[in-house]
Design a protein around this ligand. Structure first.
Ligand SMILES: [Zn+2]
Length: 144
């Protein structure tokens, strides 16, 4: 997936602000073919969302269906679609939990930012392929 530097910074800022709870948000952009001819998610806009998980927001997140639809509608208005999501992990590795795997939508990129002692420690990205499987994918930060 590709992500502009500024949007990448917004994810980090959101993770720090949401501490001691997990932050979450959605990526709006386009699925584009890269120079290798593979489909790739390219992020243009980022929508920080509220973590509405009722209990255990220290180690989980939930984006409400109504907020998802609202972001999706705004994305369509800009000519984009939702291409993924991000959330933070607190003092645990940037590896998807079982809930994360269940949340992952085929074709979407899932970025996880891990904080250790309130400092960004690791960032990973995961892609659920439409044909099945859940794989780590490269994050390419686009410099302005
Ligand atoms: Zn997670």
């Amino acid at each position: 997936m590709r992500l502009p530097r500024r949007q990448f910074e917004i994810v980090q800022e959101h993770a720090l602000r949401a501490y001691p709870y997990e932050c979450c948000g959605l990526f709006a952009g386009k699925r584009q073919r890269n120079h290798k001819g593979e489909m790739e998610n390219v992020v243009y806009e980022i929508a920080p969302c509220e973590n509405v998980l009722y209990e255990g927001r220290e180690k989980g997140f939930e984006i409400s269906y109504s907020e998802y639809l609202e972001v999706e509608r705004e994305a369509f208005g800009l000519g984009y679609e939702i291409v993924g999501s991000y959330h933070s992990h607190l003092d645990s590795p940037a590896v998807p939990s079982n809930n994360d795997i269940n949340f992952a939508t085929p074709g979407h990129s899932m970025l996880i930012i891990a904080l250790q002692n309130r400092e960004p420690a690791a960032v990973t990205c995961w892609l659920r392929r439409a044909e099945g499987g859940f794989h780590q994918e490269e994050i390419r930060v686009i410099e302005p």
